[in-house]
Design a protein around this ligand. Structure first.
Ligand code: AR6
Length: 181
């Protein structure tokens, strides 16, 4: 695990399974209809309790229709050690000319703003869009870390953690951190 002090807060980069973390909130790399799916979304659903989490997601979708690009919404964590789940849908990678970078940055920013609005001080992120949605990891890491740095400087949260699945991802993100932070 690596750690940086930023403003009054800290950024951690670590390898692991985000569903095991005891934090105020974890972020789910969801789809815009909150339908559940594979990747980290599937892991979060299994660990939180599929039925309860899907029921909460259906209520949100009944209210708002679908998530707009970069929007974030919140549910309880149910059976997770984390108290809440913040759901945001990252961009699908189409080569970079369709606003993907701005959309991705907004996912991180909106998640931290929502955490702040709910009085949540510790947040853990997966590498949003870096799996099924195909975002190149080094580029995604630079965007994410820049957004998280700004959020910490703005006092949106006091601890932000990037949780990477596997040693290769961990390596890309710590490399990017040396450039960005
Ligand atoms: N803990 C931390 N990171 C994980 C975990 C885990 N338990 N499991 C996977 N990852 P992805 P996306 C990493 O595909 O690209 C879903 O079907 C994974 O290695 O989960 O945003 C949704 O419903 C990768 O680095 O999300 C959407 O339809 C990162 O999490 C779609 O996939 C994100 O990969 C979203 O695709």
């Amino acid at each position: 695990m690596e750690r940086w002090k930023i403003g009054d807060g800290h950024l951690f980069i670590r390898e692991g399974d985000i569903t095991t973390l005891d934090v105020d909130c974890i972020v789910n790399a969801a789809n815009s209809r909150l339908r559940g799916g594979g990747g980290v979304d599937g892991a979060i659903h299994r660990a939180a309790g599929q039925d309860e989490l899907q029921a909460a997601c259906r209520d949100i979708i009944a209210d708002i229709g679908s998530l707009t690009p970069g929007q974030a919404v919140i549910t309880p964590g149910f059976a997770l050690p984390a108290r809440h789940i913040i759901h945001t849908a990252g961009p699908i990678w189409h080569g970079g000319s369709q606003g993907e970078a701005e959309h991705l940055a907004r996912c991180y920013r909106a998640s931290m703003e929502l955490a702040k609005a709910h009085g949540l001080a510790t947040i853990a992120f997966p590498a949003i869009s870096c799996g099924i949605y195909g975002y190149p990891e080094a580029e995604a890491a630079r965007i994410a870390l820049t957004a998280i740095r700004r959020g910490l400087l703005d006092g949106l949260v006091s601890e932000a953690m990037m949780v990477l699945h596997g040693p290769q991802s961990f390596h890309s993100w710590t490399e990017a951190a040396r450039d960005v932070l």
